[in-house]
Ligand binder design. Structure first.
Ligand code: FAQ
Length: 316
């Protein structure tokens, strides 16, 4: 079959709702798009451990510490499922890490903002995990099998994360005036960066059209962003805190909230490596890699020893 026929057959499978598996024929661009998106997603999960990991030792009670520890550990696990899904497309884990450590690979803009107070941990769970779920529920139906299957489990865990964040804020908002002010301050700082997580506006998103055609994306960046705003505003009302957007208004005709303009220059500045914590995050990931070298070497030496023992046993 020539390439044109193969591509047609491939698109027919996608249109029929079939899942594409690693050994199936796929256009090179489909493979590359997946390596790009899945690896950026994996990097986001493990870089995303840093802002919250910083608060594990300062959580205000044992219950909060246990929950946060479990959450951060889950994010590490998500990274591992995703790196494994990316590896099925023919790229090695070492290469993926190398792309992250050298700054070649992107990861979500949101993790380049600092977690300054305990309320930020609530805001990250509520808003950042909340945004991630909206994006990832869509991805459970994505056309590439290993990615879609990884997303099912990840979404279940993310919804626990979202609730633990919301509960932190609910407690603060029902607390003292100072605690409520802390929650409001966290919402003020995390609101706009959370809206940016969904990526550029559809007309400025170079990858969306093809990704929608291949059912990698089932919804566009703007559709998901709108869904997030619509879901989140009633939750802010229950907390009794205000979203920092004077243009936010329910639009009866559209059946959606209208919201103000996003500062895209801030978004691109962060994506290009100049956000408040980009350098710190990259340095932390590099240090973790370097400091873990002895563990990787020891694990390798151990497995070689085991293999030799096994060989000797077989020979006897
Ligand atoms: N940050 O054409 P599009 C989480 C880049 S996981 C940085 O629209 P696409 C869990 C984009 O890569 C959060 N870069 O691209 C958690 C592209 O650049 P490229 C991560 C961004 O791929 C919670 C360029 O802009 N989730 O939070 C961003 O079709 C708490 C043009 O954009 C995922 O990765 C951004 N926000 O759509 C963990 C989900 N947005 O590669 C710890 C999977 C866009 O051409 C604690 N990814 N860019 O050089 C996706 O769904 C998509 O990749 C989008 C972007 C929707 C993010």
């Amino acid at each position: 079959m020539n390439t044109q026929d193969l591509e047609k057959k491939f698109q027919d499978r996608i249109d029929a709702g079939e899942k594409i598996e690693p050994k199936d024929w796929m256009p090179e661009k489909y493979r590359k798009t997946h390596i790009r998106q899945i690896s950026q997603h994996a990097h986001s999960e493990i870089v995303g451990m840093l802002p919250e990991g910083n608060w594990i030792s300062r959580a205000p009670s044992l219950r909060r510490k246990v929950a946060l520890l479990a959450k951060v550990q889950d994010e590490g696990g998500h990274g591992l499922y995703l790196y494994s899904a990316a590896e099925t497309l023919g790229i090695s884990r070492d290469e993926l890490f190398n792309q992250l450590h050298t700054g070649k690979a992107k990861y979500s803009s949101i993790f380049n903002y600092p977690a300054l107070t305990w309320a930020d941990i609530g805001a990250i769970g509520w808003l950042v995990d909340g945004a991630a779920i909206i994006n990832q529920v869509m991805l459970t139906r994505t056309s590439f099998g290993p990615y879609a299957r990884a997303m099912v489990r990840i979404c279940k865990e993310e919804s626990f994360h979202q609730r633990q964040g919301y509960e932190i804020l609910l407690t603060l908002c029902n607390g003292t005036e100072v605690q409520k002010a802390m929650a409001q301050d966290a919402l003020n700082r995390w609101w706009w960066p959370s809206l940016m997580m969904f990526g550029p506006r559809d007309e400025e998103s170079p990858n969306t059209a093809q990704s929608v055609k291949w059912k990698i994306k089932r919804k566009t960046n703007d559709e998901l962003r709108q869904q997030f705003v619509d879901n989140t505003i009633p939750q802010a009302e229950i907390l009794g805190i205000t979203v920092p957007d004077p243009d936010l208004k329910w639009n009866e005709e559209r059946g959606h909230y209208d919201f103000g303009a996003i500062d895209w220059s801030e978004f691109w500045n962060v994506v290009k490596g100049n956000g408040p914590c980009n350098k710190e995050r990259l340095a932390a990931r590099n240090a973790a890699w370097d400091n873990g070298a002895w563990v990787r070497e020891a694990a390798l030496a151990h497995s070689e020893k085991q293999a030799k023992r096994e060989e000797l046993k077989q020979a006897i």
